[in-house]
Design a protein around this ligand. Sequence first.
Ligand code: HH2
Length: 271
Amino acid sequence: MDFSSGCILMGVLNVTPDSFSDGGAFFDTDRAVEHGLQMAADGAAIIDVGGESTRPGSGSISAEEQIRRVVPVIEALCGKIDAPISVDTYDYDVAKEALGAGAGMINDITALGDERMASLAAEKDVPVVLMHMQGTPTTMQIEPEYENVVDEVLDFLLDRARRAEQSGISKDKIIIDPGIGFGKTLEHNLLLLANIDRFVASGYRVLVGASRKSFIGKITGREEPIERVFGTAATVALCASAGVSIVRVHDVAEMIDVAKVTNAISSARSS
Ligand code: HH2
């Protein structure tokens, strides 16, 4: 991954029937592959393939079913694009199969909750995203509470990042993510984004996934996730300006321009 121009895009590829914003659109393998190729052509530097929705209230999907969904897509994309493929899973077996199929990165919304995941990432020497979540997807939006959301989320991520280093994952391969919308109210999400520079200052690379999420709908009144593209753009510009390394987005063709312009302004600021 090349961060020399600033913030890069991770394109979301949900091979699911029920994701909150594009469920069913790419459930079919051929359509998923086509969408992955399109996002890479549009400028995504990473393609994040997931076989389980983790929207609020969702339940878990078996490893076998996730593997059945994501592996054919990863295999088909692998030879065709230069962008690394990440697998969006907290399941060790799914991650192992996905890496075997050619994925080169693990996106773990439980921040290595299963310790075998840390050994796998260390052994395969792949980057790993450690995301914060309060509770589980099934329960996380039932009255999330923090004394100080920024301190608590940052402390948790730094603890997990240090544990990852102790497991043999090198610091430059550890990416921390505050987990926008994962056990967070509107106010929590806003505080995390407003203080994202504190996460950047930790010295670990930072990823933010705010794309089309419901807090944008709460602010703008846009009920349909697909209508939240401009609201998403505001978060991409803010994150790129604050030194976030990766933004996870659905609308790659639109967000690549937002990132490019913000990156150009940021580099003028530092020159
Ligand atoms: N958000 C979602 C899924 N995976 N991974 C990271 N690291 N950070 C995020 O913010 C994040 C994530 C939820 O978005 P999406 O995949 O579009 O929805 P669903 O979980 O319904 O498939």
